[in-house]
Design a protein around this ligand. Sequence first.
Ligand SMILES: [Zn+2]
Length: 368
Amino acid sequence: MTEVTGQVQHDAWQRKVMPPAEQLASDLWSIPVTIPNNPLRYVNCYAFAAGAGLVLLDTGWASEESWQALTAGLAAAGAAVTDIRGVLVSHLHLDHSGLAGRIRQESGAWVAMHPAEHAAIARPDYRDAALAVRKEAEFLRSLGATAAEADEVVETEEEFAPFCSVALPDRELSDGDVADVPGWRLRAVHTPGHTPGHLCFADERARRLFAGDHILPRITPNVSVQRADPVDPLRDYLRSLDRVRPMDIGEVFPAHEWRFRGLAERAEAIATHHERRLAELLDAIERLPGATPWELAGQLTWSRPWDAYSGRMRIHAVTETAAHVHLLERRALVCSTGGPVPGYRRTPAVPAPLPEEGGRGALPRAAP
Ligand SMILES: [Zn+2]
């Protein structure tokens, strides 16, 4: 069982209000920063007292409302943006990285992230909104959307623009690197899955894990095939769960929701969730041989009715379905029909060899 330790955060969640900034130790603060129009409501930024200044882990969304929440939280900790010496970014998503550029501009802080995140946000189809929108629609068509369906869910260039101006980092942090936070020993733990370069930070002396979006107490983070990395994010994610599960951690400090104890139990529960999801998807593929991820997504159980999934929510549902399809394929349970818009079907079972009878061999192996 996991145990809520961020009781104030949990109470605020249930009352549907923003939690307050909290001092968690003499040198550590949790600062909730509003995410506008998002059911997650806020990102937990962490401020570490580091020498004469502060280092911040995650920043909040690129919006004025978020900036106000961040500066108010810093003020509650007796600090100002100009005290920030460095920004650690757990991953590239805008609720974590969005204000990094503005903080750097006002304070001269360095910005650090994993090289894979740096590579992803530096790509031309991430930094150019017109190209990004076109590539995203193309990608959805390759997952089975019609041109009209793809255009309907992809953002406009204008909507995409904030993502294109995410601050490129000054520094990179790879697995095992110790972040430059004087007075602290925060070790970067590469946990790909939610994004290819997601980082958690382990504070081994105090048995804390700053978990980013890798492990959250209530929801499971989105694990999606991305157009830039058509690989196997769910396999990566499950491995990353295995990676943190045995760590000697007391309290988990996630980037959303509330702090908790029970890292191993939570990792186990999330892994089980994905195995159930894989089984449900395998059933759907059996019922609809040749179906695409776009079609299959609508066959799965979601937290709301499928018709309520529009825009980015539908994209996430489809790309997350595709991530599950890829893992089933890697496990040789399904196979692709091939072509530019592959569908999937159950891999025919390989019949057991018949006992030798009159010199006859086993049945021919079914096609892969
Ligand atoms: Zn997030």
